[in-house]
Design a protein around this ligand. Structure first.
Ligand code: NAI
Length: 341
């Protein structure tokens, strides 16, 4: 039809336009909380990513300095800093991917849920602005407790009429990064080639690494080793919180993980095939859990496919049963906050 032809023509024209001046399409990435412990190294890593053409750095304080600093790096992305709420709209307009590491981190003795009271409100405010200024953007939620902040974001977007479950992601990549590192160390295999899916959620026992599916497979690890690796992956965040002794939680490894996940989202948007990462998304993988982390195939629309769990060991099956009540209650807590406040 004429309509179809004109759509195709327009599509190819815009593709040519974006490919003509640059080797890859123009993509705007916004970081909210960009002056924080995660935000700063994440801004650096996104500035180094050749897929980013525009990097928007927003925080309630300190962004001019971070933006000026990062902007001097001679890479493709044009950097702009935004501060205070009146500039949030400008920061978000036209964003393809919004990464949210805004909010307070843990101190020793705290659980991620202890952050709920402060971070829930911050996330709600930021997502309200996203619904208004860039409703089509992919959202990468880093702010904890992720098990609750992702459901909060979903409710805010639903209320605004902009919710697209394919575009909301809880970032659990750091759990995968840790599982890979710890597995490689124990199994004595080169870490570069290691893959370990991590499913469930992003707090304590809800973090369930599937070492039975780790590649390369090894016979070198016994049941006790797997148990210890699982516990270390679940407690990885606390290991850093304790080592930092009151100065916050993981920031550098989290920035790396956040950059890996955002890069995967951008590749998906750009049509690169076979981009699979674990993420906490709206899901039907486990009945009764409307959000769940598992492998997800990323594409031009965000989530192309939520992948199933694959075969689990008995130890992993037990872990899955054990995490369900906590994950369910964290999800419900987020939904309740967003619908009642
Ligand atoms: P931080 O305190 O160093 O930085 C947070 C930044 O957010 C600050 O610059 C602050 O000014 C900013 N901020 C506060 N309210 C804001 C608002 N309304 N709008 C924009 N910016 C705002 O904290 P850090 O270490 O960077 O951690 C940030 C969050 O990431 C925490 O909630 C932490 O628990 C979480 N986190 C998540 C991980 C994950 O695996 N998903 C891993 C590690 C941390």
């Amino acid at each position: 039809s004429i309509l179809l032809r004109s759509v195709l023509k327009r599509g190819s024209a815009s593709a040519i336009r974006s490919f003509s001046s640059e080797s890859t399409p123009a993509r705007k990435v916004a970081v909210l909380g960009a002056a924080g412990g995660i935000g700063q190294p994440l801004a650096l890593l996104m500035k180094l990513n050749p897929l980013v053409s525009s990097l928007s750095l927003y925080d309630i304080m300190g962004t001019p300095g971070v933006a000026a600093d990062v902007s001097h790096i001679n890479t493709r992305a044009v950097v702009a800093g935004f501060m205070q709420e009146e500039q949030l709209g400008e920061a978000l307009k036209g964003a393809d991917v919004v990464i949210i590491p805004a909010g307070v981190p843990r101190k020793p003795g705290m659980t991620r849920d202890d952050l709920f009271n402060i971070n829930a409100g911050i996330v709600k405010g930021l997502c309200t602005a996203i619904a208004k200024y860039c409703p089509e953007a992919i959202v990468n939620m880093i702010s904890n407790p992720v098990n609750s902040t992702v459901p909060i974001a979903a409710e805010v977007f639903k209320k605004a009429g902009t919710y697209n479950e394919k575009k909301l992601f809880g970032v659990t990549t750091l759990d995968v990064v840790r599982a890979k590192t710890f597995y490689a160390g124990k199994a004595k295999v080169p870490v570069e080639g290691v893959n370990v899916p991590v499913v469930g959620g992003h707090a304590g026992i809800t973090i369930l690494p599937l070492f039975s599916q780790a590649t390369p497979a090894t016979n070198a690890l016994g049941a006790d080793d797997i148990k210890a690796l699982t516990k270390r992956t679940q407690d990885g965040g606390t290991e850093v919180v304790e080592a930092k002794a009151g100065k916050g939680s993981a920031t550098l490894s989290m920035a790396y993980a956040g950059a890996v996940f955002a890069d995967a989202c951008l590749k998906g948007l750009n049509g690169v095939p076979d981009i699979v990462e674990c993420s906490f998304v709206q899901s039907t993988v486990i009945s009764g859990l409307p959000f769940f982390a598992s492998k997800v195939r990323l594409g031009k629309n965000g989530v192309e496919e939520v992948l199933g769990l694959g075969p689990l060991s008995d130890f992993e099956k037990e872990g899955l049963e054990a995490l369900k009540p906590e994950l369910k209650s964290s999800i419900e807590k987020g939904i309740k906050f967003a619908t009642e406040s």
